[in-house]
Design a protein around this ligand. Structure first.
Ligand code: CUA
Length: 185
């Protein structure tokens, strides 16, 4: 290599550094704007609900007791589905939800960390024992959507999945107590 004058060398180093800084700056800007864009247009953002629940007793009483699981329509019309993720199943195995309405999904786990996603939607969260995982979404098309566990939770992990039955508004008819189960087809 030809010897450069120290001052020239300094300049060359500065030039290369600035080029890299520029490149990294562009990458950062692109990543940040992607995050902001998907958050604003597609409702994709990290679950931010911090709500504690005792994993040892959650099935005994309160919100996640067996009789309270599944979909409930409150008197104000809001739709909430409560699901337990446990080795190796979801309880209940099928939840009915209405198309085109805001739905709140609430998950809790009594044993280990599970993950849940609903195929083709923005629903995707971890279910960590000790916390309630909550997501809001709106299902745009009527379909039976697969809801698998996507966090390895033990030997039966691959058998752990449930169905989200998205019903058209005219078929989404809760019972007088506000409860609704999947339609048998
Ligand atoms: Cu539960 Cu994997």
């Amino acid at each position: 290599m030809t010897e450069l004058h120290p001052e020239m060398q300094e300049r060359r180093i500065l030039g290369t550094e600035l080029l890299w800084a520029f490149g990294v700056g562009i990458l950062l800007a692109a990543t940040m704007s992607m995050i902001v864009f998907t958050a604003l247009t597609m409702g994709i953002n990290p679950p931010s609900n911090v709500e504690r629940i005792d994993p040892k007793t959650l099935h005994l009483s309160g919100e996640f007791a067996e009789y309270n699981l599944g979909t409930t329509v409150a008197p104000d019309g809001s739709v909430t589905a409560r699901i337990i993720a446990t080795q190796f199943m979801f309880v209940p195995r099928c939840i009915a939800v209405p198309q085109g309405r805001r739905v709140t999904l609430r998950f809790a786990a009594p044993d280990v960390i599970h993950g849940v996603l609903v195929t083709g939607t923005n629903v995707n969260t971890m279910v960590v024992p000790g916390y309630v995982a909550q997501v809001h979404t709106q299902f745009t098309r009527t379909a039976d959507l697969l809801m698998p566990c996507h966090e390895y939770c033990g030997l039966g992990h691959s058998e752990m999945w449930a169905t989200v039955q998205v019903l058209p508004e005219n078929e989404f008819k809760p019972r007088p107590d506000g409860r609704i189960s999947c339609a048998q087809r």
